[in-house]
Ligand binder design. Sequence first.
Ligand code: GLA
Length: 403
Amino acid sequence: MPDHLPRRHVLRTAGALGLGAAAAGALTGPADAAPTATTVASMGSHHGRLSIRKDPFGTTPEGVGVDVYTFGNGRVTVSMLTWGATIQRVETPDRRGRTENISLGFDNLPDYAALSPYFGATIGRYGNRIAKGRFTLDGRSYQIPVNNGENALHGGTLGFDKKVWKAKVVQTPSAVGVAFSYVSPDGEMGFPGELTTTVTYTLNKQDDLRIDYHATVAGKPTVVNLTNHVYFNLAGEGSGSIDGHVLQLNAPSYTPVDEGLIPTGEIAPVAGTPFDFNRPTAIGARIRDDHPQLVIGRGYDHNFVLGGKPDRDGLRFAARFWEPEGGRTVTVHTAEPGAQFYSGNFLDGTFQGIGNKSYRQGDAFAFETQHFPDSPNHPNFPSTVLRPGETYRSTTVYSFGTK
Ligand code: GLA
């Protein structure tokens, strides 16, 4: 049925879904929704039905409750935590219709708090690295606590990935999901200005998981670079190496890094190097080449400068990953100028994930759409400065499919 034809929307109560009384009592939703309604379904369609539910997930040591929202369209199901506005699970069918979780994560909150290398988390206030945690803005110097050698990574020691976000259900006739908000006080992690961030995750009937970022700052100008750090293995989480995944990456150049993975400032062409994925190539095909940048990164851990023009909703095609055996694909479109392609180099098998499997080096990839790392210290990179009165807006879409 085409999307513009009317659909019948059926509200179901928590009771009808078999949710426990505690979960039903704690439900929150948009102001205009029935207080006990947790699931909205669009019936009478071959596109699947949209649904969302909320369950308790855990409690922080400070006593703050963390929830898990699970939303789906009948084919793809996404679970997200209010802890870090984190994508916990993404279940998609393979070519033969076998549904599996393809996203790395944990089944409990203590593991997220103690062990997670940013699995699925929303990253802020500044995604990726700031050299020595230092930058100046309008002549004033700022220091972010360092947490990655001598550098600050992903917002410092207590970034947005370790905060409990407020959540609000979003439901339209064609999409369902959650809007997560967090207010970061002036001076938190050393960053100037009070930053109000809303990141809205929605799944539509075409299997697109859309992430809309929105932020404003009050009091002082600041720097902002938001992303999501979901790790995928398209053969299923915990199923082994992603070396055989085929990647097409729309990037004519990348930003080479020093030993601390800080960009040198150079924008280097990928042509003739193992960084050229403009034609679909297996991730593992050249990952052990003796290119000095692959040695420094222990594989791919680099910001790619995206090419081409926006081709869809103001977004440009950034990358497509394909796992040839099961046939799953994920295609990324973004408004961002760059993306960190990370081949899971620091996974070292020291803990088990959600499916009780160890994650080893190269068992997953992350594709973190972003402004370039350390931009506050590189005037030649696109600016990450946000001033009071301005609005930060960005969108990234992960589209799931099979081939
Ligand atoms: C980013 C960084 C990597 C690594 C991961 C998290 O992708 O670029 O170096 O720190 O986050 O482990």
